[in-house]
Design a protein around this ligand. Structure first.
Ligand code: BV8
Ligand code: ZN
Length: 248
């Protein structure tokens, strides 16, 4: 599978790597769905919707403070690092992630489009000012806006909320222009993010999926590598590099 994927992707010049929480699983960060997933301990409607935040901002902030603490002590894993190395092998390359942990950036990937925002930004519910605050723990929960003193919220996209307009537009433009897409560690059930894979496939891109389980996007993949990202991505990057060095 790795060889076949490298053969197909080796012909591409414009690549997007589309990732979900599975790419951070081997960094020790919990995924969302399935056994032991985050939503098991914290139902979505209690911690990941605007209504939940309006109802109990402190409960929501405790959930995100826990996520920040775990993400801060997590390290980029071999998958993040291989994706960062892979960038140099393609004319144009971009990571489009549903993750909010910042591990792609810490592994050296640039640019990274964060469709669902970031754990490391907070936004004022009063004046809308948004800032990066990587302190763990935060001095107080909920954090207070330094501009107006208003209550700040996590800078992430909750269910029922629109994705950041500029990021979404750029991701759409990119995914309809690529000739290759690697989909890593996503169950493909969250929209409109999952629609980017359909868009790439519909635009003729060859789609390779890396996931130990089949996802809701499996029908779009030319090749499915049923492996963990931490094993598959370094092997894929090595196979692509060998082809690039051989000039074929
Ligand atoms: C919106 C918060 C409307 C941040 C998240 C159609 C169109 C539009 C919307 C909808 C639609 N249908 C339904 C909706 C509503 C909803 C939705 O998609 N619901 C789903 C669940 C049915 N969508 C929305 O509400 C979106 N907003 O559309 O608003 C609107 C429009 C205009 C104006 C106003 C309003 C907002 C969606 C974003 C929600 N926020 N999170 C946070 O706390 O993180 S979503 C959440 O799920 C995370 O962001 C996560 O990234 C995302 C996707 O999950 P995955 O990353 O795929 O993780 P999962 O656990 O599911 O899967 C992990 C996978 O990894 C598995 O397949 C597993 O096999 C694999 N794996 C495990 N280990 C490994 C591995 N793979 C590789 N290696 C390993 N080691
Ligand atoms: Zn403010």
């Amino acid at each position: 599978m790795i060889e076949e994927a490298a053969r197909l992707l080796g012909r591409c010049s414009r690549l997007v790597v589309f990732t979900g929480s599975g790419v951070s699983a081997e960094s020790g960060l919990a995924t969302f769905r399935g056994a032991g997933g985050l939503w098991e301990g914290y139902p979505v409607e209690d911690v990941a919707t605007p209504e939940a935040f309006a109802r109990d901002p402190l409960l929501v902030w405790r959930f995100y403070a826990m996520r920040r603490e775990k993400a801060k002590s997590a390290q980029p894993n071999p998958a993040h690092l291989a994706i960062a190395r892979m960038q140099a092998l393609f004319g144009s390359f971009c990571v489009v992630t549903q993750n909010v942990d910042g591990l792609h950036q810490r592994a050296g990937s640039r640019p990274v489009l964060e469709l669902h925002g970031s754990l490391w930004t907070v936004r004022c519910t009063g004046c809308g000012a948004s800032r990066v605050d990587e302190q763990v723990p935060l001095p107080e929960l909920p954090p207070r806006c330094p501009v107006c003193g208003g209550m700040e919220r996590p800078g992430v996209v909750w269910f029922g909320e629109a994705l950041p307009e500029a990021v979404w537009r750029e991701a759409e433009k990119l995914c309809q222009a690529v000739d290759g897409m690697v989909v890593v560690g996503t169950s493909g059930v969250v929209w409109p993010a999952a629609g980017l894979v359909e868009l790439a496939a519909a635009s003729g891109a060859v789609v390779v999926e890396v996931n130990p389980e089949p996802s809701a996007l499996a029908h779009l993949a030319r090749v499915h590598i049923p492996m963990k990202a931490g094993q598959a991505l370094p092997a894929l990057e090595a196979a692509l590099r060998k082809k690039a060095d051989a000039g074929c």
